[in-house]
Design a protein around this ligand. Structure first.
Ligand code: PBG
Length: 306
């Protein structure tokens, strides 16, 4: 018996950098690149032709600032990218990460309290709402708030609705654990926190109840899709969430999980394709409707060959 993996279930992440004609490798993130927008469009064409029609965008701005305002400045890198993608591809669903960590000089996910090393929730909500709105104005289909600020989905939903973007969907990073598996991603986005860690706002891996509560809260706040992240160490949470809430559910097969597979395959420890199918099957079996994976393009190619 095999679980049916569909290209429709997959979301492929992209890292976008400023400049032209750039496709840069990332040291500890095999086969994942940072694209300038012109090169990005070529790659999306390939992805789309393979049948993967959902992409998730992360920006890497040249200039960071203390409060992360470059995330929603006019002509910010992501807004420009969305417009260009939407002009060229009308059947690709464009999703954007809404978080400040790549835009702040300190590398934390929101705005800090004056003179302190902790997040100010109110100003963080404002910044995240501005960021989501700037993406919506550029034509994004879904926004995905990942800062783990209290009531981020509610704040963003309110701002979008007030500005006439009722149809822009929200995919909440609802149960996002303070995980060790985000290493390659932070290298890609240059978003390592410069002090401390993210445990003040990301979830304790041992806290199952809080994770389920966060998912329930996001649904109440208006999330169209909820997410569990990472996927593999948290299949039990995916399973529980899929049983408890009758709500579209995504799972993020994160960068560290991807790197494990890649490095092991390069060492000849396992067959990459067989390993990826096993992993994706497990995540689907646990109950995820959507899977965000850096292997999405590979999977589409492999499905074609079958
Ligand atoms: C932004 C964000 C992170 C990831 C997705 N959005 C990093 C983090 O929280 O530190 C990680 C994704 C991955 O590892 O693939 N906050």
């Amino acid at each position: 018996m095999s679980i049916n993996i569909k290209k429709d279930n997959l979301i492929y992440p992209y890292f976008i950098q400023e400049g032209v004609n750039k496709k840069s490798a990332i040291k500890s993130f095999p086969d994942v690149y940072r694209f300038s927008i012109d090169r990005l469009l070529g790659d999306i064409k390939e992805t789309s032709q393979l049948g993967v029609k959902k992409i998730l965008l992360f920006g890497i701005p040249v200039k960071k600032c203390f409060d992360g305002a470059s995330a929603y400045a006019k002509d910010n890198i992501i807004s420009v990218a969305i417009k260009k993608i939407k002009q060229e591809f009308n059947d690709v669903i464009v999703i954007t990460d809404v978080c400040l960590c790549a835009y702040t000089t300190h590398g934390h996910c929101g705005v800090l309290k004056k003179g302190k090393k902790e997040l100010d929730n109110k100003s963080t909500l404002k910044a995240l709402s501005n960021m989501a709105l700037s993406h919506a104005c550029s034509g994004v289909d879904w926004v995905a708030p990942s800062a783990m600020a209290e009531k981020q989905v509610l704040a963003i939903r309110g701002t979008l609705d007030k500005n006439g973007f009722r149809r822009t969907k929200i995919m909440g990073y609802s149960a996002k654990f303070a995980s060790n598996f985000y290493g390659p991603f932070r290298q890609a986005q240059d978003s390592f926190p410069k002090f401390g860690d993210r445990r003040a706002y990301q979830l304790d891996p041992a806290d199952r109840n809080k994770a389920l509560q966060e998912i329930s809260d996001d649904i109440d706040e208006g999330a169209d899709i909820v997410m569990v992240k990472p996927a593999l160490g948290y299949l039990d949470i995916i399973k529980e969430a899929s049983q408890k809430f009758n709500h579209p559910l995504a799972a993020y097969n994160v960068s560290g999980e991807y790197a494990f597979v890649k490095y092991g395959a390069k060492q000849g420890l396992w067959d990459e394709r067989a390993m990826v199918f096993e992993i994706i099957t497990s995540i689907k079996r646990a109950g995820a409707d959507l899977i965000i994976t850096y292997h999405a393009k590979d999977i589409a190619k492999w499905l074609k060959e079958q």
